[in-house]
Design a protein around this ligand. Sequence first.
Ligand code: NAD
Ligand code: ZN
Length: 351
Amino acid sequence: MTAVPIQALHPYEVCIAPGLLSDLGPRAAALLPPRRAMLVSDDRVYPLYGPAAEASLTRAGFRVSRFVFPHGEKSKSLPTYTALVQALFDNDFTGGDSVIALGGGVVGDLAGFAAATYHRGLPYIQVPTTLLSAVDSSVGGKTAVNLPGGKNQVGAFHQPALVLCDPSLLETLPPAEYQNGCAEIIKCALLQSEPLFRAITENPVSRQWESVIAACVEIKGDFIQSDEFDTGRRRLLNLGHTVGHAIEAVSGYTVPHGSAVSIGMVTVTRAACRRGLCAPETLSALENLLAAYGLPTATDYTAQALAAAALADKKRRGDTLPLVLPEAIGRCRLEPVPVGELPDWFRDGGL
Ligand code: NAD
Ligand code: ZN
């Protein structure tokens, strides 16, 4: 097993090993009083892994309740949140009882936000079941739900007590979800780790789950340690996401997140190359790797449309927009770009 310590204000571990799901109960009981636990999951994940999670928790002495909601981003909403906190109330949950998030980022963000707010905070455990949630959303303590027309507009920082990652759960992932996770892994590698970039160039991620997930979690942990509340350095994790979010928005969220981030990474890398900030070999290595994972590297949306969408993004600060620019594989920097220049920076995303 690999255990990655996360040095947040409330430190915790990310445990990664195949078969860990059956150990959920004892590991939870070692950290939390074995009282009530609310297992939160969606209607695709629950039938696959819910009963095993519940059995393990029950054996360890937890009294398990269950909240299962329809899968998909639409459920990451205030109405689902309200139903979840109401279920906690109806089942007499009080401080010290716990929440277990079994699922992808939608389950984790929603359950985490309920845990952050119900009775001013219950402990919770993340059990990620998508590659994206394993390498990204289950770690870091950002929790949120969407408003109509606005992603992650209502949320809180609330770190989990434990992240228990069982890569054998990823075997049932649809290929599109695998690709989404791979885009985030490539982002981590381009941002911070040439060895990881090499490892996933030489062997597919699916042949080295544990080491790849651990490498990504270590990278994210490093950013959390230095900037838990996302006021500075943690913004580097947005690599590829400014353009990516713009593509998602202009497409009406029909382009998958990983594809949008993939095009976003290529766009900023091309722009950096054009300005002499990055070598052409870096760009070609990135393009080849993304293509090997079946991820797109160009869009036909115009640079103007993408710039307009990016300016509507909540991360905008004054007259500049921070862009994360690759300088080499494993090294990036934040560049405040004047908003008037954005269309020029984004024009390299086109075919
Ligand atoms: P998701 O949770 O919707 O999961 C994708 C789909 O895969 C769902 O239909 C789900 O039912 C299904 N699924 C999950 N695990 C499965 C498995 N093991 N086998 C078969 N099917 C499975 O989406 P996601 O990509 O995991 O997460 C996206 C969400 O994460 C977004 O809402 C995003 O905003 C959020 N996010 C949060 C953070 C953060 O730091 N909190 C970071 C990145 C993304
Ligand atoms: Zn992302």
